[in-house]
Design a protein around this ligand. Structure first.
Ligand SMILES: *[C@@H]1O[C@H](CO)[C@@H](O)[C@H](O)[C@H]1NC(C)=O
Ligand SMILES: *[C@@H]1O[C@H](CO)[C@@H](O)[C@H](O)[C@H]1NC(C)=O
Ligand SMILES: *[C@@H]1O[C@H](CO)[C@@H](O)[C@H](O)[C@H]1NC(C)=O
Ligand SMILES: *[C@@H]1O[C@H](CO)[C@@H](O)[C@H](O)[C@H]1NC(C)=O
Length: 316
């Protein structure tokens, strides 16, 4: 499983990180997504930051010590415990999201997770075995979502009720749900790992934004009205990224994170924020919340001991 790329390595680490991020989420929820936050379902698109079993279902289970601090065993997450998406589910009062690709024991009545570790926004022209990046790019996740709507509603309505009504969402949930996105980190590392220059990596950010916009437009076309979009984290603080490009990692800040990697992450986030602002204008009937995950993670990394966190670099 562990091919050289490690594109799927989660940035999420400790429980402390997750609860701080969630605190942030609650604060911005008040401002952006409406007062009550009573979402009956969550549909998630993303990478290892929010994969609850997708890559494991297709390409072999995430190995130990993943899952050690909470589930007591590997649980499809590239993390020692829960991911931010798990805390979102807990706080909305819905079960942890089943991975769409997981055919065993899944329950999609209150959402589905299309994320797989190592996923990118742009389509990969290579294989997981060569690059370490997942073939389930954002467009594939969006096709899966279309199939999920069609097939789940067909089965819900035509199988005469029974168990399927307990396992699949009601039709109205697709417009009432929260649609969450956490993707882009691997597009940046994939570019760097293919030996691109920073100029080349930065040059494809606009295309990433176009692709993300068109996927969100699709979801809006299927009735989605509540969008929750995570910024990318401080990639320059991830050991696997530093190791793969020593030239990009050479100049570090006082915390030990790569200045160049993090500048590119921040540039990506600036474009993402503008993209979200444009979407708000285009679709006044929908709520779009941009979540500054970068700031939360960087704070936890740079003030790790003060915040009672494990010293950097984090596990996970
Ligand atoms: C894959 O190939 C297509 C067509 O040549 C190109 O537009 C796209 O940028 C490539 N994707 C990546 C990640 O290199
Ligand atoms: C879903 O169903 C609609 C209506 O039957 C059809 O037009 C559409 O092509 C289907 N989409 C997929 C992905 O199967
Ligand atoms: C599926 O989850 C719903 C709640 O989200 C629950 O009511 C139902 O009993 C579950 N069904 C099964 C078979 O696990
Ligand atoms: C990138 O460059 C390094 C060092 O020159 C080389 O070892 C590696 O094979 C190159 N990787 C790719 C994907 O071209």
């Amino acid at each position: 499983m562990a091919s050289g790329g490690s594109g799927r390595t989660a940035t999420a680490g400790t429980a402390a990180l997750l609860s701080l991020v969630f605190l942030l989420l609650q604060v911005s929820a008040g401002a952006g997504a409406g007062a009550d936050c009573h979402f009956p379902a969550v549909f998630n698109f993303g990478d290892s930051n929010s994969d609850t079993g997708g890559l494991s279902a297709a390409f072999g289970a995430a190995p130990p010590p993943n899952g050690r601090t909470f589930f007591g065993m590997p649980a499809g997450r590239y993390c020692d415990g829960r991911l931010v998406i798990d805390f979102i589910a807990e706080n909305l009062g819905i079960p942890y999201l089943s991975a769409y690709l997981n055919s065993v024991g899944s329950n999609f009545s209150q959402g589905a997770n299309f994320a797989t570790a190592g996923s990118t926004i742009s389509r990969q022209n290579t294989s997981l075995f060569l690059s370490g990046f997942s073939p389930i790019s954002l467009d594939v996740q969006s096709w899966e979502f279309e199939q999920f709507i069609n097939r789940s509603q067909f089965v819900y309505n035509n199988k005469g009720g029974g168990i399927y009504r307990e396992l699949l969402p009601k039709a109205e949930y697709f417009s009432q749900a929260l649609y969450t996105f956490d993707i882009g980190q691997n597009d940046i590392t994939a570019g760097y790992f293919a030996n691109m220059t920073t100029e080349q990596v930065v040059a494809f950010i606009p295309e990433l934004m176009e692709r993300l916009t068109s996927i969100i437009q699709n979801v809006h076309g299927f009735g989605g009205r509540n969008f929750w979009i995570h910024s990318t984290g401080p990639i320059g603080c991830l050991p696997y990224a530093l190791i793969r490009r020593p030239d990009i990692a050479a100049v570090k800040d006082k915390v030990g994170c790569s200045v160049t990697y993090n500048k590119v992450a921040q540039l990506f986030n600036q474009r993402l924020k503008e993209t979200v602002a444009r979407l708000r204008k285009t679709y006044p009937d929908a709520a779009f919340t941009y979540v500054d995950v970068y700031a939360a993670k960087y704070k936890l990394i740079s003030q790790a001991s003060k915040l009672g966190n494990a010293p950097w670099p984090m596990a996970g």
